[in-house]
Design a protein around this ligand. Structure first.
Ligand SMILES: Nc1ncnc2c1ncn2[C@@H]1O[C@H](COP(=O)(O)OP(=O)(O)O)[C@@H](O)[C@H]1O
Ligand SMILES: [Mg+2]
Length: 330
């Protein structure tokens, strides 16, 4: 398969002037401003195949948006190599911009006082989309997002969820081959979130679009992504199947027991942390390295009709990714 996106040893530093605290500090920082360097990306490398949908996750401040902005040509890296569909994004060639789209949760590109359709037509002109293609793209998008009745509504009269859908149509009316979605479901109600997820799934599947998706929404990740790239403090700490995240980062495993006879909860307390209990079904979380030992002990002391050892739920590990708990352990 062809590589749509190549990112190699990407570094991005931001210079900020630091204000010192207190009056003396304030005066001295005016007289003699101290510059501080923020190392947002410290050598990020990954590739994405054409048609892939990849989750790009990490705690706040990890460098996700910075990476997306570099990929879409909004900012220039300090050093490193980037290629998307064979283009250098920073050149911002018109041919490139016609093939990509950056969707940010809080972006606002619609004309507030005009019917929403006017904004779409404006983009049609900007992207020089031929009439037929425009009509087709528009009707596809409108149908999937279920907003037929709202095209003539003034933007200011739309709900947040409706407006986000319209922002998405505006971002995708030129049918980009590559989409950078930065927290697209943020601020949406549950119904709109689900509609958007369905849409992203379909768009990827129908058009073979390449998509990088940043999200703090568990369902976005579980429903949409097979592969995730985890970034923490500007460094990629994991790149692989979503379901293998637990294998790499979870410190525990879950021993699941089905009992022959009913047993009291207390009996299991010494083996580990009890996650679920009913008189015949018990799940116990135990440290990874002691799993085999604990399982053997249970087998010796309790009559079982079944025992299995499983990875902890993927949600637990993703939650720890969002909190930035994995960087030091990886
Ligand atoms: N324009 C900027 N000027 C200075 N620092 C910035 C700028 N943009 C981002 N940063 C810093 O770079 C780091 C990465 O930010 P960002 O890419 O927005 O993280 P994320 O999207 O993963 O939350 C953070 O420390 C952030 O404060
Ligand atoms: Mg961000």
């Amino acid at each position: 398969m062809e590589k749509a996106i190549i990112v190699d040893r990407l570094i991005k530093n931001f210079q900020i002037s630091q204000k010192e605290s207190g009056f003396v500090g304030f005066i001295s920082s005016i007289a003699n401003p101290t510059k501080k360097t923020i190392h947002a990306l410290k050598g990020v490398s990954f590739t994405v195949q054409s048609g892939e949908l990849v989750g790009f996750i990490g705690p706040n401040g990890a460098g996700k948006t910075t990476t997306m902005k570099i990929l879409s040509g909004l900012i220039h890296p300090t050093s490193g190599f980037v290629s998307v569909l064979g283009f250098d994004p920073w050149e911002k060639s018109y041919d490139y911009l016609k093939k990509i789209s950056l969707v940010m949760g809080q972006k606002n590109q619609l004309w507030w006082d005009l019917p929403v359709i006017d904004s779409f037509e404006f983009n049609k002109e900007i992207y020089e989309i031929p009439d037929k293609e425009y009509q087709k793209n528009l009707s596809d998008l409108v149908e999937i997002l279920n907003v037929e009745d709202l095209l003539k509504t003034q933007v200011r009269k739309l709900s947040l969820g409706q407006r986000m859908k319209m922002e998405l149509i505006a971002s995708l009316i030129h049918k980009p081959e590559v989409m950078f979605l930065d927290e697209p479901t943020i601020g949406l109600d549950l119904v709109a979130q689900q509609a958007l997820r369905d849409f992203i799934y379909e768009y990827n599947r129908k058009n073979g679009a390449t998509i990088i998706l940043t999200s703090h929404n568990m369902n976005d990740l579980i429903d949409l992504t097979r592969r995730v790239i985890v970034i923490d403090e500007g460094i990629i700490i994991y790149d692989g199947p979503l379901e293998d995240l637990s294998k790499k980062f979870a410190k525990e495993k879950i021993i699941k027991l089905t009992l022959e006879d009913e047993a009291k909860k207390e009996i299991f307390e010494g083996f580990g942390e009890i996650k679920k209990y009913s008189p015949r079904e018990v799940s116990i979380s135990v440290p990874r390295e002691t799993t085999a030992f604990v399982a053997a002990e249970i087998l010796q002391s309790i009559k079982l009709s079944d025992l299995s050892i499983e990875e902890p739920p993927i949600e637990d590990v993703i939650r720890r990714v969002f909190k930035g708990e994995l960087a030091k352990e990886g």
